[in-house]
Write a protein that binds this ligand. Sequence first.
Ligand code: ADP
Ligand code: MG
Length: 390
Amino acid sequence: MASIALQGVAKTYPGKEAQYILRDVGFTIEDGEFVVLVGPSGCGKSTLLRMIAGLEEISAGEIGIAGERVNETPPAKRGLAMVFQSYALYAHMTVFDNIAFGLKLARVPKAEIKASVQAVAKMLQMEHLLERRPPQLSGGQRQRVAIGRAIVRKPRAFLFDEPLSNLDAALRADMRVEIARLHKSLGATMVYVTHDQVEAMTLADRIVVLGPSGVQQIGAPMHLYHKPANVFVAGFIGSPKMNLMPGQLDAAGRLRIGAACLDWRAPAPADGGGIGNVNANGSAGAGAPAQLTVGIRPEHLQADPNGAIEGEVLLVERLGAESYVHLAVPALDKPLMVVVQEDPPEAGTRWRVSPVAGRVHVFGPDGCRIEAAPHENNSAGASSGVAEVA
Ligand code: ADP
Ligand code: MG
């Protein structure tokens, strides 16, 4: 197994000289790590993976595998195995021959091939399928064959490009577990591309979020969930999506959305921490208050008779274990989404909610995260996001 290091990697296509698909991408995938590249369609995920594999030239930068520069190394010599969304199996060959194909090409002795294929088939629970051909298999079984074909080659790292996108939801969930199990048992370096943030959250040791302007944030799944670095990551990671709404700081440094005052305080200017962005627009002095973006996850809003945020319940989606409440708040263009575990309110009624303490995210005019002042509390006694029962 091996680490994979990217340094200043860029991609432009000829004829689009000024247009970078990717620019200045740099991060290291540690030996044995499971890294997921996640982002919306068209942001360059497949391109990046194909550049690692050597299937696509890089326009700038350097790619290293196990500490060795591979910019000029052809794909076959990089020791990586790639699994595609489309499976790319030979329809006329049996499962056995599909899995064995790479080993045959490499002139591995027959007995050894047989042992390897059988070991992999056992690992993937498809020993009974070895004599079938791909058209006689379900989508999930085909994808398992494609994964098996990658495993027998004993690659230095696995590259997956949206391997589960062609499967139905139930099968996707099963295969996700299987891939996680595989990563554990092989201890392999894996780079996994998906547009599905649920796959990213559940599989990754670390996630690389790609957006329209390249890498947005790199971190452990729960770090991205708790501390999204910017509005893009905040809106992309988490399901249902984080509520994002405009907010302002009042003269006392308190955060308001519309009439509601939330329990969040801007850091003092000396703290650094992004406050420069806030004051840049004059919130400390006379001028117009800085336009901030406030983010609150649906699961971090709770029913609260004294809550700062009031609105009308537009719609309740009952999912069983929980319900999604759509709350129209006068100051906001878009209804707020609130996840409720039990007893959702009735549509058409008025309802008050407040954010769970410490779960309000604030982003500056540049879209970057601003940390709340330390020891935040609502000592001022003003109406706040936290219940204060008289
Ligand atoms: P993703 O996998 O994230 O959906 P891709 O890596 O496939 O995105 O594509 C990234 C961008 O590169 C897209 O805007 C796509 O149109 C563009 N692109 C891909 N291949 C080529 C090519 N051969 N020539 C020009 N542009 C391309
Ligand atoms: Mg793609």
